[in-house]
Write a new protein. Structure first.
Length: 171
């Protein structure tokens, strides 16, 4: 019985910590953004090596998800650089990644960063989400601009006519 326990302890000690567990964690900041279509904003993700060994071959990827069925999201439209290949990360070290994103679709969305190793593990670490509210693009109401569109040229014509009249009268 003692030999079985020793064998189990040795197997546990020599087996990598759960094959699906990532040695890294990821945090995104800020956690909420309200904006409108066409606006750019920045977010930062912090990738932290939680293990006692250096980790290499990490790949970070920015993801955008629509939370409403009618919102179609093509992540490539949101950011031109969505994948970053990281340098080796020492034990218990962290690296900050800055991302620039442009709001393309209106609606409720989430943005998160996923990190995995290029080789050796199937584990993926996903960050917390940035909750994003994108307002639709505002259009100018024609009824509000019509008086101004008529008044401006009319005023210019009146002032030009009045100036011409005064010039003739002064001669």
């Amino acid at each position: 019985m003692r030999a079985v326990i020793v064998a189990l302890v040795l197997v546990a000690a020599l087996t990598p910590a759960s094959a699906g567990t990532s040695p890294v964690s990821v945090q995104v900041d800020p956690t909420t953004v309200s904006t409108s279509i066409g606006q750019r904003f920045r977010l930062t993700s912090t990738v932290r090596n939680d293990s006692d060994r250096a980790v290499s071959g990490l790949v970070a990827h920015l993801n955008v998800l629509g939370l409403e069925p009618e919102v179609y999201v093509d992540p490539e439209d949101w950011s031109s650089q969505r994948t970053v290949y990281l340098d080796p990360l020492p034990a218990h070290a962290a690296i900050r990644l800055d991302w620039t994103v442009q709001a393309v679709n209106p609606g409720r969305l989430v943005i998160y960063v996923a990190v995995t190793a290029a080789q050796g593990t199937d584990a993926v670490a996903a960050s917390n989400t940035l909750r994003l509210a994108v307002a639709p693009q505002r259009t100018v109401e024609a009824g509000g601009i019509l008086p101004l569109a008529v008044a401006m040229p009319a005023t210019v014509l009146l002032l030009t006519g009045f100036a011409g009249y005064r010039r003739r009268r002064l001669r």
